[in-house]
Design a protein around this ligand. Structure first.
Ligand SMILES: [Zn+2]
Length: 221
């Protein structure tokens, strides 16, 4: 199987998981995977539930021209291209609209690191980006400078964007942000969340076991 075919097959598989985990409802959200200088991205208006391999089209990373497929790429394509252009280390971008993360972000709150999984998958606190028009250059200009420094961002009144060395890593980061948003809501219902301190975050970050877990995710498909 060539690399483009493999990337498309994986995009289909991850799309099904995104739908099953309720990270998106209907045709919203989008994913992409980089293969050399081409990024394969979900076509506009397609649902993750139904999208097949040909619904993920190839776009030249630098020119933005459609080079593989016939459908119109997602309107958030500039954001995807921008992420790859500032991060040589990533091969995937996953953008979803999960309800708890969306609610927390739309209340103007971010989610502080509260457990070792957070530190291992996300790193320091996820930045919260103010609402911008969810299309074209506006969203690219808002998100890309943060992606330069972070693996995941929260978008007020919109959702989550996360990047990864693999599609699975970018997907898990979206899933984890949603899970952390649920934990935050639970903590605030029964009391007040105690986030990890900077020292606790640094200590977890330095653990050999966390490095091992992170590397496993990198090597996974
Ligand atoms: Zn969106």
């Amino acid at each position: 199987m060539d690399d483009a075919k493999k990337a498309r097959a994986e995009l289909v598989e991850i799309g099904r998981l995104i739908e099953q985990k309720d990270l998106i409802v209907g045709p919203g959200g989008n994913t992409s995977a980089r293969v050399g200088d081409v990024i394969y991205v979900k076509a506009s208006g397609k649902t993750f539930e139904e999208a097949v391999e040909s619904d993920y089209v190839g776009v030249d990373l630098r020119s933005g021209e459609l080079v593989d497929g016939t459908l119109k790429p997602t309107s958030e394509i500039a954001m995807h291209r921008g992420c790859y252009l500032v991060r040589d280390d990533i091969r995937a971008v996953v953008h979803t609209h999960p309800p708890f993360a969306l609610g927390v972000a739309s209340a103007g709150k971010t989610i502080a690191p509260m457990c070792p999984d957070y530190v291992a998958l996300i790193g320091p606190a996820i930045p919260l980006i103010d609402y911008v028009v969810p299309t074209g250059q506006e969203i690219a200009d808002a998100v890309v400078p943060f992606i330069k420094e972070h693996h995941a961002v929260l978008l007020a009144n919109h959702g989550v964007v996360a990047v990864g060395r693999t599609l699975r890593e970018a997907y898990y980061r979206n899933l984890f942000v949603e899970s952390a948003a649920k934990a935050l809501v639970a903590a605030e219902v029964v009391g007040t969340l105690r986030p990890l301190t900077h020292e606790e975050v640094a200590e977890i970050d330095g653990l050999a076991t966390e490095k091992y877990r992170r590397d496993l995710l990198k090597d996974q498909r």
